[in-house]
Design a protein around this ligand. Structure first.
Ligand code: ZN
Length: 180
């Protein structure tokens, strides 16, 4: 069993590369990325998950999927522990993302005043900047990816190996109804 476990958190288990969090349990104060002490505090995140078949509703239209997902999805609130370094890296990426989105906006406005005739390239550049900004924003905040959530527990992928190494293994008796 895990021997070097930091202040053992009950209800948080390791299952291979996944993390199992019982509803209401708190993650231990060790960085989710590197396993060092969580000197950067906790980052509050809402995790949502729904069954895969729901994506079929994208075929009739995004709006049907969005409405159904809103009702069917399961939510779990998590406080993600981070060290100072990894919190700083996260903030830097988020700032870079905002800068890209603002730059995209400024770019298209400026080019509109410079030459209103040939706007296709500035528009394209703006779109690329906005897209890059949105992707950077999302990736920066991706600490734990929900693979399954129900009323009792959540299964997440994404924690660093040094974090997982300090988490007790899933008890045999705990049934997790998720497919990897
Ligand atoms: Zn860290």
């Amino acid at each position: 069993m895990a021997s070097n476990a930091a202040p053992a958190s009950t209800g948080v288990y390791r299952d291979g590369k996944n993390l199992i969090v019982m509803r209401g349990a708190e993650l231990p104060p060790i960085c989710i990325r590197c396993g060092q002490a969580a000197t950067g505090g906790f980052l509050h995140r809402k995790a949502y998950w729904h069954e895969r078949w729901l994506y079929l509703l994208l075929i009739p239209g995004v709006i049907w999927y969005a409405i159904a997902a809103l009702f069917v999805r399961k939510r779990m609130d998590l406080a993600v522990p981070l060290c100072v370094q990894h919190r700083y890296r996260y903030l830097q990426l988020r700032r870079a993302a905002i800068a890209m989105m603002i730059a995209g906006g400024i770019f298209v406005i400026v080019s509109f005043f410079v030459s209103a005739d040939d706007l296709i390239y500035p528009m394209l550049a703006c779109f690329v900047l906005l897209l890059a900004g949105v992707i950077t924003w999302l990736v920066a905040g991706l600490f734990l990816t929900p693979k399954f959530i129900d009323a009792a527990l959540g299964v997440f992928s994404g924690p660093g190996e040094q974090f997982l190494a300090q988490i007790p293994l899933k008890p045999e008796s705990l049934f997790v109804p998720s497919r990897s």
